[in-house]
Design a binder for this molecule. Structure first.
Ligand code: SDX
Length: 430
């Protein structure tokens, strides 16, 4: 990182404090405030980390103004076109795309971990049939820490990589088991002759009583969606995994924390919220009414699938997903919600409120329409996001744990509570 410096002039003390500035490969330079408190006695204040870099990372970069996204330097558009999801998992984990031999041994390792411990299947029986699958994912993935707690030395690089392979391999199996539990259908075991997405579709939709053939288009669409959702630098759920993992917690528990955070409607839960919003809007003639609600500060309604903390241009993933939407709907039959979504996008992007705030469709705006066409119930949409994002989460966890300068994450605060006071006797309390 090339360094320069800034000078902080303290008007109170009259003192000037020099702070180093680091410049990464791309992106805004950062003011290094690690010595700020020692030098000046000040903390910084940045709720939501709007202007704060929490770490340095080699994994993913996104340019919010240009609407560009790259994993380990490769543009997302090229990865979506030329790679499959497991190649991208390898890239995120190792920093380079696999060659033929590396790809084969990575795939072989993943398939050896697709089964889950038989006793884990009993966990699902503890949930009501209508439990939200993200609740089941959070609980069951967190419970994996009970199965591997003793065979896991997080300071051992081989143990870290084996954990990554286990999680990437088991997420589809656990997700499909959650779906089968909701459907009251028998759990389907992985078929390791199938590829990653085909195996997942088989576990989701096959039944013991009939043949099931994986649809190549569904498999390809899913593989691209998983690539697009695999990582996104320091988003809320990845930051959650880093913070939870910074205490040297079991990585399965840290990933479960990421799943819990992703579930929020402001984050990965938005894909489910978009479909529910489109169903609520119902017809093009209601768009203006709902845009008015979205702009009304007294109304909690927001245009789900729109806006982003970093992208102030089109989310490049949304552009690719929109194209896949048209291809998928051409094969599986139209969905009136696609027309509604496109009209909503068209009208919103001409509206001053959205233009002024640079609010564009994000990754969640169209993805649900594809998942619907592939017969996934709306409650499973965020689970799909979690399957894909596990690759990013565990790559960031490894990057953090392997960093010799790692410190436990422990933010400070601006205390605005009561000044010191004595405890009154209960008879004196008002
Ligand atoms: C994901 O971080 C990542 O990388 C996330 C993600 C990933 O891959 O990990 O990309 C995945 O989470 C995508 C985002 C999915 N969420 C949604 O689609 C929910 C709807 N979007 C909003 O909730 C919002 O846009 C956020 C949460 C995504 C971003 O919120 P910010 O950055 O905190 O922005 P903000 O709330 O400060 O909004 C700035 C202004 C505000 O208006 P003013 O106070 O300036 O008048 O824009 C308005 C907001 O009210 N605004 C919206 C809006 N999003 C922002 N108004 C109406 N509808 C919206 N969707």
């Amino acid at each position: 990182m090339s360094d320069s410096k800034v000078v902080l002039q303290d008007s109170k003390s009259g003192q000037a404090h020099e702070l180093p500035v680091h410049q990464g490969t791309y992106g805004a330079p950062v003011i290094d405030i690690t010595s700020l408190n020692k030098q000046t006695g000040y903390f910084t204040y940045d709720p939501g980390f709007v202007s704060t870099a929490s770490c340095k990372s080699d994994i993913t970069y996104l340019d919010g103004n240009e609407g560009e996204l790259m994993y380990r330097g490769y543009p997302i558009e090229q990865l979506a076109e030329k790679c499959n999801f497991l190649e991208v998992c390898y890239l995120l984990l190792h920093g380079e795309l696999p060659n033929v031999g590396e790809k084969e041994s990575f795939e072989n390792s993943i398939v050896t971990h697709t089964l889950i411990n038989e006793s884990l299947l009993n966990f699902f029986k503890g949930f009501h049939y209508d439990a939200h699958p993200m609740a089941m994912m959070t609980g069951v993935v967190g419970s994996l820490s009970a199965f591997y707690h003793d065979s896991l030395d997080i300071q051992n690089p081989q143990h870290r990589m084996e954990t990554a392979h286990r999680l990437i391999a088991k997420m589809p199996t656990i997700a499909a088991a959650a779906y089968k539990h909701r459907m009251g259908e028998p759990f389907m075991y992985p078929q390791n002759h199938l590829n990653y997405c085909g195996n997942f579709l088989h576990m989701m939709y096959a039944r013991p009583v009939e043949e099931y053939e994986v649809d190549p288009m569904a498999e390809k669409a899913l593989d691209i969606l998983f690539i697009l959702h695999a990582d996104h630098e320091q988003n809320a759920s990845t930051s959650t995994v880093r913070l939870a993992g910074s205490s040297d917690a079991n990585p399965y528990a840290a990933i479960a924390a990421g799943i819990a955070c992703l579930w929020g409607a402001a984050h990965g839960g938005a894909n489910e919220a978009v479909l529910k919003m489109l169903d609520e809007i119902g017809d093009v003639k209601n768009i203006e009414k709902y845009l008015a609600k979205a702009k009304d500060k007294t109304d909690s309604f927001r245009l789900m699938g729109f806006g982003h903390r970093v992208y102030k241009n089109f989310d490049p993933r949304a552009k690719i997903i929109k194209t896949i939407c048209h291809q998928v709907l051409e094969k599986y039959g139209d969905d009136p919600r696609m027309e509604l979504a496109m009209r909503l996008e068209e009208i919103a992007l001409k509206d001053e409120y959205f233009i002024e705030r640079k609010l564009y469709p994000n990754v969640d705006f169209y993805s649900g329409i594809i998942y619907s066409a592939l017969k996934f119930p709306v409650e499973m949409f965020t689970v799909m996001f979690a399957i894909a994002r596990t690759a990013g989460w565990i790559s960031h966890w490894i990057e953090m744990i392997a960093d010799p300068s790692k410190k436990i994450g422990r933010p400070r605060q601006l205390y605005t509570g009561p000044a010191s006071r004595n405890v009154p006797d209960i008879s004196q309390r008002g």
